[in-house]
Design a protein around this ligand. Structure first.
Ligand code: GLA
Ligand code: GLA
Length: 766
């Protein structure tokens, strides 16, 4: 069932349609287009008190706007909308409503979108209507288009052909499908790199990238950036006001970098600007070590691979370079587009080539590409990646790509089980996704990805998975109203720092010490017990959290340390994991023992750290278990009053650790700081988590559920919605703490629900 049209939607629909006439059909700008322009004029002047969803939307995806929108009935919105402008417009509008067929956009845009990556440039135009019809039948409401189509958009230097894309956008609209336009800068055309070879990336081993793959353009090349700016600008000029285009995706999966001379000079210049003097740089990098002292900026090699200070700065430089590369396109698009069009880019989860908090700063929301590859959904790890992505901007996000069954690049490209694709889709929504989009609709008949999973086959008809996708689409429509304006909310934050990850990964000391694995060891029990947790940057506001966990905050800059001290003094519980507070912001050792400037607050310190080649017994207040990979010998010390109490102690081990503290905790006013000096095993970690939860008086979002059933909660706009996903292959019964409405079952009230294997339940509590 497609959503019912509301009068408000009709206004928007007509407005869209008219805009399409003005663009696609070549007809002159009509009455309603003028109404649309009038409204935009008033919006700019700040004079609008009612919003048409399709016209004005920026702020925060799935929250501010949707919250406001959901709080007002369609009729009220219509009334506000109609009363505000001139009366003549109302009369004209009524007339047009009566005469115009509403064929362009079927309805208000659903709050939760199902999508697919569509490549119209790979197919004859005569095929498009059939594809779009099949998408419409699957309840697909968004397509991402254009992100590799540069050779079609600019077939020759400076000659642009955007007409075909305009027609594709218009045709999609006729099927109730909105468009995300990708800028094509991850796939430069052959004429460009042939004529300007300096736009090609240089690999770290000195080889030049070649045409025939993608990401061969150098993101640091001034010339390449200019070509990117120009194509983005051309697209924005054409589509920046197109009501059917709802968002932009800049480039595709950033990360490829260039090791050419131009980039090297930029790195040296970037360092000069940051450090000011070589003396400062030499001091912070301790370059007396191995005679690394620099007497000229041009002597500084480009990382990674050398001095830890240099390595960390190189990562920050890559971040700054990619941000500049992105910014040039963002600027070009913003200058020529309607503010209701969002700008995003699609990231790759834990990929750490750059700092995602920095890259997402100027984006409207973050997106990521969620692929399982070989095997099956690991709901904890995947959920953690959703939460990571939500934390980039601390707002809802999109799954811009996900696998329709299988991929083509894993060691074994097995398909997800029947029902598992739906399980993944709802798992994403539970964690705060507002869209799930499949890569891809149909395989190009040739090209590197012929074997990838799709929704239609080479013959253009649906594959078996198509029906499951259509079911997801139907359900997204059903649940849209309940989920509009809602987001996950948590009492606990886990801090994730790229600096710390880079610093540890550069010098793991134990090859198995994976910082993301450490984060997971904290995330898993917290998420399972509380059913909600945020993952945020150490720079995020922390005051609203009852507990903040920093699993391995290796790099502890002074300002972060100060904020953490304030957090504890204000009554929060700060939990630090091993290797915290060891390095300063230059990746140099702090002159204090760990956790550096937090030692006085903790009332204790790290005496020595040990990489472990075998597990070490640990016992105390949290029971008994083992430490693995890493163990720090702690010592409680008195600073301005009481010392920390010892919660866990090492058993017999290497002699040094025997009987020594492994965990310290100290109450500070109403707050508390706890330092866990070892990587704890799967027995101790849940026990530690229980202790933290009890101490903080924290409650799970829903309550106890059978193992393997994942609970997610989204709140906002006066609503509270639970998404339950059964990640097991057996049926599960969940007893609800109070009766709730079953959103996917016509709102029927239930006090218990039965989840079939891989089953899903969406429950509205408020
Ligand atoms: C070698 C080198 C030293 C030092 C040690 C570290 O012996 O000569 O400079 O690097 O290894 O084990
Ligand atoms: C990435 C890319 C897509 C496609 C898929 C295949 O996510 O962004 O273009 O190559 O992988 O899984």
């Amino acid at each position: 069932m497609r959503p019912q049209r509301t009068p408000n939607a009709q206004i928007c629909t007509i407005t869209h349609k008219n805009a399409q006439f003005a663009r696609g059909g070549g007809a002159g700008r009509g009455f309603l287009w003028r109404l649309h322009s009038y409204r935009r004029f008033r919006e700019r002047k700040g004079g609008v008190d009612a919003e048409c969803p399709a016209i004005s939307r920026r702020s925060s995806l799935g929250s501010d706007w949707l919250a406001r929108e959901a709080g007002r009935s369609a009729w009220r919105r219509t009334l506000e909308y109609l009363v505000m402008p001139h009366k003549q417009l109302i009369a004209g509008l009524a007339l047009l409503c009566a005469t115009l067929p509403l064929t362009s956009l079927a309805a208000e845009r659903p709050a939760i979108l199902l999508g697919a990556a569509w490549y119209p440039e790979q197919w004859p135009e005569s095929r498009w209507p059939e594809d779009l019809k099949l998408m419409e039948a699957a309840h697909i409401h968004v397509v991402r288009v254009g992100e590799f189509a540069w050779s079609r958009l600019e077939p020759h230097e400076g000659q642009f052909d955007l007409d075909w894309l305009d027609r594709a956008v218009a045709l999609a609209a006729q099927h109730g499908i909105w468009v995300v336009l990708g800028t094509p800068t991850a796939a430069p055309p052959a004429w460009l790199t042939q004529k300007y070879p300096d736009t090609l990336r240089t690999e770290q081993d000195g080889r030049k990238a070649k045409h025939g793959n993608r990401q061969q353009g150098s993101p640091t090349s001034a010339r390449y950036r200019e070509f990117c700016r120009r194509i983005a600008e051309q697209m924005a000029r054409r589509f920046g006001r197109n009501p059917n285009v709802i968002a932009w995706q800049i480039d595709n999966e950033y990360g490829a970098f260039s090791w050419d001379d131009e980039t090297h000079l930029q790195f040296q210049d970037w360092l000069r600007q940051k450090y000011g003097t070589l003396d400062a740089l030499n001091r912070h990098w301790t370059t007396e070590y191995w005679s690394q002292t620099y007497t000229d900026w041009s002597q500084i090699p480009m990382g990674p691979g050398g001095n830890p200070g240099l390595n960390l700065e190189f990562k920050r430089f890559v971040t700054a370079s990619l941000r500049d590369f992105q910014h040039i396109q963002v600027q070009a698009i913003r200058a020529a587009s309607d503010p209701r069009q969002f700008i995003t880019s699609n990231f790759m989860g834990w990929y750490d080539a750059f700092d995602h908090y920095v890259l997402t700063e100027e984006l409207d929301f973050a997106s990521w590409d969620d692929y399982v590859g070989s095997g099956h959904l690991d709901a904890v790890r995947n959920g953690m990646t959703h939460d990571l992505t939500r934390g980039f901007k601390r707002k809802n996000f999109w799954v811009m790509e996900t696998q329709p069954g299988s991929v083509n690049w894993a060691p074994v490209n097995n398909a997800l089980d029947r029902g598992e694709v739906r399980e993944m889709a709802w798992h994403a929504i539970g964690h705060g996704a507002d869209a799930v989009s499949y890569w891809q609709w149909r395989s190009a008949l040739n090209g590197q990805e012929e074997y990838h999973g799709t929704l239609v086959g080479a013959d253009g008809t649906p594959v078996p998975l198509y029906d499951e996708i259509a079911q997801i689409g139907r359900e997204f429509e059903q649940a849209g109203e309940a989920l509009a304006g809602t987001s996950p909310v948590a009492d606990v934050a886990i801090l994730h720092s790229y600096d710390s990850r880079w610093a540890i990964n550069g010098q793991r000391h134990n090859q198995n010490f994976d910082p993301v694995g450490l984060l997971l060891s904290y995330y898993k029990p917290i998420r399972e017990m509380l059913q909600q947790v945020d993952i945020v940057s150490p720079d995020a506001p922390l005051a609203a959290y009852r507990m903040v966990i920093a699993p391995g905050l290796n790099v502890l800059p002074d300002d972060v340390s100060q904020r953490l001290i304030e957090y504890v003094n204000a009554g929060g519980h700060l939990v630090l994991g091993p290797r915290s507070g060891m390095k300063d912001t230059y990746n140099a050792l702090q002159t204090a023992r760990q956790p550096g400037s937090l030692v006085p607050l903790l009332g204790g310190r790290v005496e020595q750290y040990y990489a472990l080649n075998e597990e070490v017994p640990v016992s105390g207040a949290w029971g008994s278990g083992t430490a693995r990979l890493w163990a720090e010998q702690l010592q409680a010390q008195s600073h301005d009053g009481d010392a920390a109490e010892v919660l866990l102690t090492y058993g017999e081990s290497n002699g040094w650790l025997d009987g020594q503290p492994a965990v310290l905790s100290r109450k500070v006013g109403k707050g508390r700081i706890t330092y866990i000096g070892a990587w704890l095993d799967d027995t101790l970690m849940p026990a530690a988590t229980q202790w933290m939860i009890r101490l903080g008086g924290l409650q799970p979002a829903l309550g106890p559920v059978p193992e393997g059933v994942e609970v997610s909660r989204r709140v906002g706009a006066g609503k509270e919605v639970f998404v339950l996903v059964n990640h097991t292959k057996t049926a599960q019964r969940v007893t609800l703490p109070r009766p709730m409405r079953r959103v996917l079952h016509d709102g029927a009230t239930a006090s218990a629900v039965d989840l079939p294997p891989r089953g899903v339940e969406v429950l509205r509590a408020k």
